[in-house]
Every structure is written in C-alpha cells, then in structure tokens.
Design a binder for this molecule. Structure first.
Ligand SMILES: *Cc1c(COP(=O)(O)O)cnc(C)c1O
Length: 377
C-alpha cells in the first residue's frame, strides 16, 4: 500500500506522467522478515523483479545474495557491491559465451536443467558448482511458470551425475513453485522430489549439499496472503520431514515478495467513456497499460489494488485500458473492476503493490510512450 513516504513524495515532487515510486524502508522490512522466517536459508534476491540500483545496493548492504539471469544482471549485482561468491547465474538458458563471461567475473554457481547445459558449464566454467532445476507443477500460483524450466526429478539424477563426471561439482537441486504462490504446502512436494534426487545420487557416492527453494512468496494485492513467518514454518517443517536431521544448505530467491508491496504507480485517468448509451460498463483509459509496466495483468493474472480520490463513493464496473493504439492493451475485461462513479477525467489513481515486475516489463517507447519512470526513495 502507499506508505506515507510515498504519498509525501508524490505530493511534494508532483512528478508528471505515470511513474513508480518505491519505498526502500518497506524492502528492508521484507528482507528482515525473510531472514527471521527462515534463519538457516541464504537469501538470493531475484534481480529481475526490480533491478533498480538503489534497491540492489541496499540489499547488498543488508547481506543479501543475488539470483541473476544474464550477464547484465550479474554486472548490476557486482556494481551494487555484492562479491561474486554471493551471485548465482540462475537462468537455465545461457549462451556459452555468457557462461564464460560470468566465469571471468568470478561466478561459480550455475543453474542447469539438462546435460546440454552441463556441457557448456564444464567447458566455459570449469570446476564450478551446478544445481539442477526440477519441474514443479505451479499449482496454487497465480503466475505459474510452466514447463519452460526444469526437468523431471529422474532426469535431474542423470544431469547431476553427468556434471560430476565432467569434473564440475554436482552441488544440489532447485525448483520454483510458481510466482504469487499462496499455498503454504506447495514447497512440500518439491522438497520430497529434491530429497529423492539426493538419495539416488548418494547411492552412487555423489553427495549433494544444496536445495535452492526458489521464489514464489506473494505480495498482498486484493486478497490477504500468509506472512513470511507462516511460509518459513511450513517450509522448515517440510525440510525436516524429508531430510530429517541431515538438513541441506538452503537458498530462497524472493523477487515479488521482496519488492512488490514497496512500490506504487501513480497514473492519470485520460478518458472515461461508454461504447453505447445503454452500456453498463464504463471504459477507463489510463496513461499506463500492459506496455507501460502492467504486463502482469495479462490473462488477468494479477489484480492490483487501485486507490482513487473518490474511494468510499458508490462504484460500478469498469474495463481498464492503457493509452497505446494496440487492442491488446486492455486490462480486466473479463472481470471488470469496480471504480467510483464519481471518478473523472484527469483524476490521479494509485496502482498499489507494483514494486515487482513493472519497470522491467515496460516497453522502451512503444507508440512514443516513455518507459516507466521509477523513483526509489
Ligand atoms: C523469477 C525467479 C525468482 C523470483 O520469483 P518470485 O515469484 O518473484 O519470488 C526466483 N528464482 C528464479 C530462478 C526465478 O526465475
């Protein structure tokens, strides 16, 4: 939700055009809550959620490590003050020359999900550690991650054995239970799968050390979500259930859960209209849409809270749309969004919970609209 610092910033600076304002204090609180919730896990912030240098610098200062997906993200984490041993190259899809570049920069921890990727690591980053990502079904997640990343646990055994054979360290297993995962038990099945991979390889004398439990921790949008503490307890119970008293090293990679609730987008109502006199749904056109940073409204997956100057007045259903000339730039058409009848052209609205996956999803200048500006305060 908009903090007082964000409201004061908007009131005094009056930035023109749509913009994201992020409150660093909220991110600091989130980081500490994750630390308290899972004290034995290392936190690797997923840089893609919001790579603003101020955020990375603060997290580096708090002791965070970083999950990166490209050479550019590795450079951002290094520039923010993280040493190379606190950075993982967590993308399972890497060009071999990017692996080599990462290795030159000191990165020694890489994600893989097939033998082909293991061979790239063995050639371009000899002696490094790899963890193999296993598929998770993403059930319970509002933004599931599909079958693009990971392999069946049975194949992970072959992948890690291959790594061992090629002289790189078969270090562990990773998974991601799907983003905005509101089911506390989602980690349990994935941890059981991870344990299965540990056991199969141990029989061959290969001892894995790490379980990377990924991200998925939610941001509160319109519905309440469990606390970091509740996730920590559920995950720790599952870890103990499956690994007994031989707990592995663990990593969590929060992205959305670290920054989502720290940001608010200020937007302006450009037009309110109807398509026919007897239409009972109004169209509300904002100066930001799917191409300006609200890409996660795709398929109406993420439903952001929207605050208006008329909250409390009678509401009626609206279809929201962005300002571009692309007909896909429409939000919440299937399930219209209730907004006050008194809302008028020129009003400013606050789209809340937008600290994650907004600026980086904004087009460079589609239709001449500038990329989403961000202020980190
Ligand atoms: C995107 C991503 C994350 C962050 O996921 P959230 O659901 O935002 O917490 C973590 N790990 C990996 C490998 C990712 O790709």
């Amino acid at each position: 939700m908009a903090t007082q610092r964000i409201l004061d910033f908007l009131a005094t600076r009056r930035p023109s055009g749509p913009c994201l304002v992020v409150d660093l204090d909220v991110i600091e609180d989130n980081y500490k809550a994750f630390e308290r919730a899972l004290p034995s896990a290392k936190i690797y912030y997923a840089v893609k959620a919001n790579p603003a240098p101020e955020i990375l610098r603060m997290l580096a200062g708090l002791g965070s490590s970083f999950d990166t997906a490209s050479v550019a993200e590795i450079e951002m984490a290094l520039d923010a003050g993280a040493s190379a041993d606190r950075i993982s190259y967590g993308n399972t899809i890497k060009k071999e020359r990017d692996v080599a570049r990462a290795f030159e920069m000191g990165i020694r921890l890489f994600a893989v999900d097939c033998v082909e990727e293991v061979e790239k690591i063995a050639r371009a980053a000899p002696g490094s550690r790899v963890f193999c990502r296993v598929l998770a079904d993403g059930e319970g997640a509002e933004w599931p991650l599909s079958r693009k990343f990971g392999c069946e646990p049975k194949m992970a055994v072959d992948v890690l054995r291959h790594a061992h054979k090629l002289g790189i360290e078969a270090y562990g297993v990773s998974f991601h239970v799907g983003s905005q995962q509101c089911d506390l038990d989602a980690w349990d099945k994935a941890l059981a799968d991870a344990k299965g991979v540990f056991e199969a390889l141990e029989k061959e004398g290969i001892v894995l050390k790490l379980v990377n439990m990924g991200g998925g921790f939610p941001t509160r949008y319109l519905k309440d979500v469990p606390t970091a503490q509740a996730y920590g307890e559920a995950i720790f119970a599952s870890l103990s259930r499956h690994f007994g008293n031989r707990l592995p090293e663990t990593i969590i990679e929060p992205g959305r859960g670290m920054v989502g609730n720290a940001g608010v987008i200020k937007s302006e109502v450009v037009l309110i209209s109807k398509k026919a006199d007897n239409d009972n749904v109004r169209w509300v056109y904002l100066d930001i849409g799917k191409f300006g940073g609200l890409a996660e409204t795709m398929d109406e997956a993420i439903r952001y809270p929207i605050a208006t100057p008329h909250d409390g007045d009678e509401t009626a259903p609206c279809i929201l749309a962005g300002p571009t000339c692309d007909s896909a730039d429409v939000m919440y058409e299937k399930t219209p969004y209730p907004l006050p009848l008194s809302l008028t052209i020129g009003d400013e609205v606050l789209i809340e919970g937008t600290g994650a996956y907004t600026t980086t999803y904004s087009a460079v200048a589609f239709n001449g609209f500038e990329p989403l500006r961000a202020y980190v305060i």
